[in-house]
Design a protein around this ligand. Structure first.
Ligand SMILES: [Zn+2]
Length: 340
């Protein structure tokens, strides 16, 4: 897919040397017409888009490669090739059609063949990169408290692997120069910042989130803030007419707590409408996700799954719980994004 949009994905914790559990790095400024998709060659202007033009941004939570997901990919693959795409097949219809789809890769990737490691020092199977691309993602954010689990070599290898799969990335960097260059993908001027923040396993905002989100959204260069790290869903909020999704939970993980909120995730979709020189958020939507525990593991689009006939009662109850809990959390600060 040709990426021909301009979005600034805020280099979260930019630079491999300053990785920590929280905070958003300098927000790159889109000067004038911004930069081309390769971030090189100097400023370049888009053809003037007309009023009313719309684009959509879809984002999901952490890709956290626990061992059970390797087993799943092994079972889903053929001829010894591991395939992570079926794991995410349920979100593919929503991810695929977005103008920009953003994933968050929480852990570094190993060389093909391993050794692979799970918690606490992750080094995941690199086949995930091709599967993310196949699912329809355009760019992964990579800065997290685990980015350095496999050292500087792991940072380098992870970014190289994403690039080989055709994915852009933002957050970590192989060199100082790369750290100082924001990842800018051309989505005609919508700017997204991604933060790895919050308290793990808590649906409540922490002090840093409460303090930083309004500051980010007060900046006219920023249209949307996305968050990760808690491994559970956190609220969404509208500030100054712009949105923050504080925590998207996990996209894929295997915490082995199938009834807990750790098995529930959030897919968000924002529609931006061109209004003169700027973009305004025309619509904010969300879809609750649920991770199954039995092999092969699957992430489910809860509402789409609930619409299927013949669901077993226990499955239906679990899906309904995910729907209820995720909706309550998403609205906890009074926001009312629409269901997808
Ligand atoms: Zn984290």
């Amino acid at each position: 897919m040709v990426v021909r949009r301009r979005t600034v994905l805020g280099a979260v914790l930019a630079g491999a040397g300053v990785l920590a559990a929280g905070g958003c790095a300098d927000v790159p400024v889109d000067s004038g017409g911004g930069f081309g998709a390769e971030g090189a060659g100097g400023p370049k202007r888009d053809p003037k888009p007309g009023n009313g033009e719309r684009i959509t941004v879809v984002a999901t939570g952490d890709v956290l490669l626990h061992e059970r997901l390797w087993t799943t990919a092994k079972r889903d693959g053929a001829n010894g090739n591991w395939d992570f795409a079926p794991l995410m097949g349920s979100v593919e219809p929503l991810v695929r059609v977005a103008d920009l789809a953003v994933c968050h890769l929480e852990t570094p990737l190993a060389p093909l063949g391993g050794p692979y490691h799970g918690y606490p020092l992750f080094q995941g199977p690199p086949q995930i990169a091709a599967a993310l691309k196949q699912t329809g993602y355009d760019v992964c954010t990579t800065a997290s408290n685990h980015s350095f689990d496999a050292g500087a070599a792991g940072v380098d290898r992870t970014l190289n692997t994403l690039e080989r799969a055709g994915l852009r990335h933002a957050g970590t960097a192989r060199t100082r120069a790369e750290a100082e260059t924001p990842t800018i993908i051309d989505v005609r001027g919508v700017k997204v910042v991604s933060c790895h923040w919050g308290d793990e396993y808590s649906a409540k905002l922490n002090a840093q989130q409460r303090e930083v989100a309004p500051q980010l959204l007060a900046d006219s260069n920023i249209d949307l803030v996305l968050g990760h790290h808690a491994h559970v869903v956190q609220p969404m909020e509208q500030i100054n007419g712009k949105w923050v999704a504080y925590g998207l939970g996990n996209l894929v993980a295997a915490h082995r707590e199938p009834t807990s909120t750790k098995a529930e995730g959030l897919l968000v979709r924002f529609t931006f409408r061109r209004d003169g020189d700027r973009w305004t958020t025309a619509q904010a939507e969300y879809a609750p996700l649920l991770m199954t525990d039995a092999l092969p593991v699957r992430v489910l689009d809860v509402r789409r799954e609930l619409a299927k006939p013949g669901l077993a009662a226990a499955r239906r109850r679990r899906l309904e719980l995910a729907e209820r809990r995720t909706t309550a959390t998403v609205r906890a600060l009074g926001a009312t994004p629409e269901p997808i």
